[in-house]
Ligand binder design. Structure first.
Ligand SMILES: Nc1ncnc2c1ncn2[C@@H]1O[C@H](COP(=O)(O)OP(=O)(O)OP(=O)(O)O)[C@@H](O)[C@H]1O
Ligand SMILES: [Mg+2]
Length: 272
């Protein structure tokens, strides 16, 4: 039996692009011929689930060729007993993993806040992708920056990732989490702020243990795609919506997929 490769999108700060990037990774892998399962741990907000629903609608009405993942939203347990609730959450995740056990990849979208379900999902990540917007507020998720920019301390989320790494090792997983931090919604303007954030993120990557990539520029198209259920990769096949901005954005997505460097691993695992 193959073990699906788990990709988790995580950041305790809301609105940084987790769901949008999750959807793009899913479609990219589907288009490469992989079997993909997706899980929405942020089921209450349900952005990824709604994105996929919109894709189903489009597929039924306009374009039957659209590739769609097998999808499962997971709601956190409402049991008032914390211990029971945690056990129920763990069991919901295990059931989802069981359902997707024959997939090459499972992509998990998490909420922009700390929940038990989200923490448990993080600990199963082979690759963890954390999108950040280019501001000191977003940087705070990784590192606490005080007045003195040289005095940097890892933040709670960064410490949590250490914890997830330990949990994986304790379960006997051989490979550590590959943590990728990417900058999203980068403005095309050069600003002092943007340069400072980049400098700090670069300086910290070794110490905190992530790989930094430049990610995605600010592009209106992302907001328009959600309602149609389409991604940049689908828009590529439709001549109407083709523009230079889309070409650049698709290139950014291809770079992310290349940096993840996971397809070879999966093919090898899949052939075993
Ligand atoms: N590169 C981008 N350029 C422009 N808009 C973007 C970009 N990436 C994401 N967005 C928009 O930003 C908003 C937030 O994105 P998204 O819902 O993916 O973030 P999130 O991290 O999943 O948020 P939450 O934490 O609330 O789940 C959406 O309106 C989305 O369309
Ligand atoms: Mg989201």
């Amino acid at each position: 039996m193959t073990h699906p490769y788990m990709i988790v999108l995580g950041n305790e700060k809301g609105g940084t692009g987790k769901s949008t990037i999750a959807m793009h990774i899913i479609v990219s892998l589907l288009q490469k011929g992989f079997k993909v399962g997706s899980i929405d741990i942020d089921a209450r907000q349900g952005t990824l689930s709604r994105y996929i629903e919109n894709r189903h609608l489009r597929s039924q009405n306009l374009d039957a060729s659209l590739l769609i993942p097998e999808h499962l939203p997971i709601f956190p347990s409402q049991d008032p007993n914390k211990h029971v609730a945690h056990e129920q959450d763990k069991s919901s995740l295990q059931q989802a993993f069981e359902k997707f056990k024959n997939c090459h990849y499972v992509v998990i979208d998490t909420p922009g806040n700390d929940t038990f379900l989200s923490r448990t999902a993080h600990s199963y990540a082979n690759t963890l992708i954390t999108p950040l917007n280019d501001s000191f507020i977003d940087l705070d998720v990784l590192v606490r920056v005080n007045h003195d920019i040289n005095e940097l301390k890892p933040s709670i989320y960064a410490e949590s990732v250490w914890e997830y790494r330990k949990q994986r090792a304790m379960r006997g997983e051989k490979k550590a989490i590959d943590w990728i931090v990417l900058r999203n919604r980068l403005s095309s303007l050069n600003s002092k702020n943007k340069e400072e954030v980049k400098k700090i993120l670069k300086a910290l990557s070794k110490r905190i243990g992530y790989r930094l990539i430049s990610g995605f520029g600010e592009r209106v198209i992302f907001r328009e795609l959600f309602l149609t259920g389409l991604t940049l990769l689908d828009a590529a096949s439709s001549k109407n919506s083709f523009s230079l901005s889309h070409v650049a954005a698709r290139q950014e997505l291809n770079e992310l997929m290349a940096v993840m460097n996971i397809e070879q691993d999966t093919l090898i695992a899949g052939n075993q």
